[in-house]
Design a protein. Structure first.
Length: 339
């Protein structure tokens, strides 16, 4: 019995009967020889961490565009916080931590530059539409490894696809990540908004603070404990009705005071304009995209989808560089000549 088989055996002995056991995975689209050390979900996690799209998240917006400060979250730090919170809950419920981690680390791989502003812009201009959760699946199935994709297991891809609020993951591990994505961004976006002076604790109704906690840290603790307490021994991940309503209320407050706040989002229209102009340009000149996307065009992928692939893969700064290169005139100079 090799190391992987020993771990699979331990999972069967130690994990909840409702957990997703590695040995019972529905598998990959392309069969592969099993690793002798890692389970299938551990391999998926490693593939995600080592892929290019994962590294690019460090330069993609979470909420604030190009924040001036070292402590504001970006798309990568958001992903890491989701992963850690989800692993805490999974361990407490005896679920498969490796599956939870893989889903969490991969859930935002398809996000655009400038966060949801970029997503709105692409969805508006592309006739085929655009949604980051679908794009995240496309990244792992099609775009990574020069068009081969990462060949992840069905359970990881299902969790990535269904991480949004309206999603319905088929595994408890996917359900954990779905909750943790929401409670993580509410927690850390409020923390960032307080740091930026956009909102204070006094802006949160006293009834919500009494119910959920008086600080962002206390509220995160409340959400995690409530999920664990209400999901133990059950075939569904859930919160108590009272705390879930509180989560909805504080999320609505964040939309009102932060996500739609003109002070915090004043630059978003400009960011959307950048994305829209890039889409228009590459629609006219698809041959100007990089080589890997040219290859997709030659494989009969819809041009509109490939343009979205290219733009959504850009970081904030790279998209601005391309915009300046394409649309901002450069000053003329003669190399090597004095004035």
């Amino acid at each position: 019995m090799n190391i992987r088989e020993q771990m699979e055996k331990r999972e069967l002995e130690l994990l909840s009967p409702y957990a997703s056991h590695s040995i019972h995975s529905k598998g990959r689209e392309r069969e592969e020889q099993e690793c002798d050390i890692r389970t299938v979900y551990q391999r998926d996690r490693d593939r995600i961490v080592h892929c290019k799209a994962f590294r690019r998240m460090k330069d993609k917006t979470q909420v604030f565009l190009s924040p001036q400060g070292d402590h504001y979250r970006n798309r990568l730090t958001h992903t890491l916080e989701v992963s850690q919170t989800a692993r805490t809950i999974a361990k407490a419920l005896s679920l498969n931590e490796d599956l939870v981690e893989a889903i969490a680390l991969g859930h935002d791989l398809g996000h655009t530059p400038f966060g949801h502003a970029g997503e709105r812009a692409l969805n508006r201009v592309c006739p085929l539409g655009f949604a980051h959760y679908k794009q995240s699946v496309r990244v792992v199935e099609r775009l990574e490894k020069n068009g081969e994709g990462l060949n992840l297991t069905w359970e990881v891809r299902d969790g990535i696809l269904n991480h949004r609020t309206s999603g319905k993951p088929h595994t408890l591990e996917g359900q954990v990540v779905r909750y943790c994505d929401k409670i993580s961004y509410i927690h850390h976006d409020m923390d960032d908004a307080q740091r930026a002076g956009i909102i204070t604790e006094d802006d949160i109704p006293i009834t919500l603070r009494m119910l959920l906690g008086a600080t962002t840290r206390e509220r995160l603790n409340t959400f995690v404990h409530n999920i664990v307490e209400n999901s133990q021994g059950k075939d569904k991940i859930m919160m108590s009705p009272e705390i879930e309503e509180g989560l909805r209320d504080i999320r609505a407050l964040m939309f009102q005071d932060v996500y739609l706040n003109p002070a915090a989002k004043s630059e978003e229209k400009k960011a959307e304009h950048v994305v829209e102009e890039l889409y228009t340009y590459y629609s006219k000149y698809p041959e100007k995209m990089s080589e890997e996307y040219q290859k997709l065009l030659h494989q009969d992928e819809p041009k509109e989808r490939v343009i979205c692939d290219y733009i959504s893969g850009m970081t904030d700064q790279y998209s601005l560089e391309k915009f300046r290169e394409l649309f901002i005139p450069k000053g003329w100079s003669v190399q090597g000549k004095g004035q």
